[in-house]
Design a protein around this ligand. Structure first.
Ligand code: DP6
Length: 448
């Protein structure tokens, strides 16, 4: 196809998972490049329930870059993060073969504008890392549309070669959208290596263990509040960097030690050590928030009571350490356990926080998660409540309170981004205009 020829539009639809950090990212060494103070490690969550789905359409007929989240258009003019992601991916654009013959030169493709349509299947900005899934899906889809190529390591034994991207390239682009997003480009256990280069080129996510390494792991995510948080993570961590001495000690001394210990525990599938390290690191992250001036509080009374429940289970159920918890920048609890103990832990939570009638009958049910049984899991847990020992049930000092846990995602560790088919597209393949209006949150709240 020569110049002046009309090219067909190009489109792709991908999904990407959320992740939950067991050793938290908190603090930036360079806010403009979004480089972290410390390395962090996360579990990639199964996409069965929680994921971002993104369709990108690029075409010479599209006049301007536009973005829709759950059917609502977002103004991109002031959105530095999405613009940075678009700029970085366009710089990597390569010649793209067209179905039926012909090639769109990379130099032409990178001048095309895009329409982006995205939706998340879980609440935005409530401490459930929706921006991580959102930016990971965005980067992965754009990389397909602009044909940026494979990364080193996609094929076994491959070394850097012309036309092959250095490993971590896409993760480093996602990092510029939202730091935690750089850990959502792979499944299993992923480390975001802080790196030391000034340009940030060595700061990206690396898979440490695939999702098949420890299939018994299970997670219960108790949604305590679906409201957007008061202080966003970016603002919270910048303020912590300016005022918290504890943050410096954490990043320099505590986190490196914990990262080593966590890798050892994961390799050996040593659950008590994994759970303990997750709890200790979550507690310290929230302590740095309290140590910030003025302080930032993400956990609430319900969160703290869930912490007490987990410790009671570990100390008084006679089963050893069977659960850990971790909290991001919000009140929702992520309880880590193994499949065999999921129903028991859910029973303990339900006895303290029985669901309200409306949450029980909400569309999709109170507990979602097919991999762990969904509604069957809820039934089993409700039957177990009567068998719980008094040490694990509410007391007159701490009576049960209805409706404080709104929903529970019962999930597992999952894989990285997926390429979806045309039937999953959220936008018209030619115009890029949204086809449907999603119902849950967005995922690009940062910088809007
Ligand atoms: C508490 O990735 O949301 O979830 O890079 O400023 O967008 P930005 O921050 P973000 O921070 C996540 C913080 C955390 C811990 C973690 O995921 O490691």
């Amino acid at each position: 196809m020569g110049s002046g020829q009309s090219y067909p539009s190009v489109s792709a639809t991908h999904s990407a998972p959320s992740n939950i950090a067991l050793i938290k990212y908190w603090g930036k060494r360079d806010a403009s490049k979004n480089l972290p103070l410390n390395s962090s490690v996360s579990l990639t969550l199964s996409q069965d329930d929680m994921k971002a789905i993104t369709t990108v359409v690029a075409s010479p007929g599209i006049a301007a870059d536009r973005l829709w989240l759950n059917g609502e258009e977002v103004d991109l003019s002031g959105n530095k993060r999405v613009r940075a992601v678009l700029r970085e991916i366009r710089a990597l654009a390569r010649d793209r073969a067209v179905d039926g013959g012909g090639v769109i030169p990379g130099s032409v493709l990178r001048t095309w504008k895009v329409h982006i349509v995205s939706r998340n299947t879980f609440p935005t900005a409530a401490g459930l890392a929706s921006s991580a899934a959102g930016y990971a899906a965005l980067v992965h889809t754009l990389a397909d549309v602009f044909n940026v190529g494979r990364e080193v390591g996609d094929a076994m034994g491959e070394r850097e070669a012309p036309g092959v991207l250095p490993s971590g390239t896409l993760s480093a682009v996602a990092r510029q959208g939202s730091g935690s997003a750089c850990r959502s480009l792979a499944g299993g256990l992923v480390e975001w290596r802080a790196g030391s280069k000034v340009d940030g080129s060595d700061s990206y996510g690396v898979q440490l263990f695939g999702e098949g390494h420890w299939p018994e792991l299970a997670l219960l995510i108790a949604v305590v509040s679906e409201k957007a948080k008061g202080t966003g993570s970016t603002d919270g961590m910048i303020r912590a960097g300016e005022t918290s001495e504890l943050l410096q000690h954490r990043a320099g001394v505590c986190v490196p030690r914990r990262l080593d210990a966590l890798k050892t525990a994961f390799l050996a599938r040593d659950f008590p050590s994994l759970a303990r390290l997750s709890m200790v690191d979550s507690n310290q992250f929230h302590a740095t928030c309290t140590d910030t001036y003025p302080p930032v509080f993400y956990m609430n009374d319900v969160s703290r009571r869930i912490v007490a429940c987990v410790h009671a289970v570990n100390e008084k159920a006679g089963l050893g350490v069977i659960a850990g918890y971790t909290f991001d920048a919000g009140p929702n609890a992520v309880i880590i356990t193994t499949r065999q103990h999921v129903a028991f832990l859910l029973a303990v939570l339900l006895s303290h926080f029985p669901p309200s009638a409306s949450d029980l009958t909400a569309p999709g049910g109170f507990v979602s998660g097919e991999a762990l049984g969904g509604a069957t899991l809820l039934d089993g847990a409700q039957k177990l409540i009567a068998t719980l020992s008094p040490a694990l049930t509410p007391t007159s000092d701490a009576p049960s309170v209805e409706g404080c846990i709104k929903h529970v995602y019962a999930t597992t560790v999952g894989d990285g981004p997926r390429v979806l088919g045309k039937e999953d597209a959220l936008a018209d393949a030619t115009t890029g205009l949204p086809l449907t209006i999603g119902k849950a949150g967005g995922g690009f709240e940062k910088g809007l």
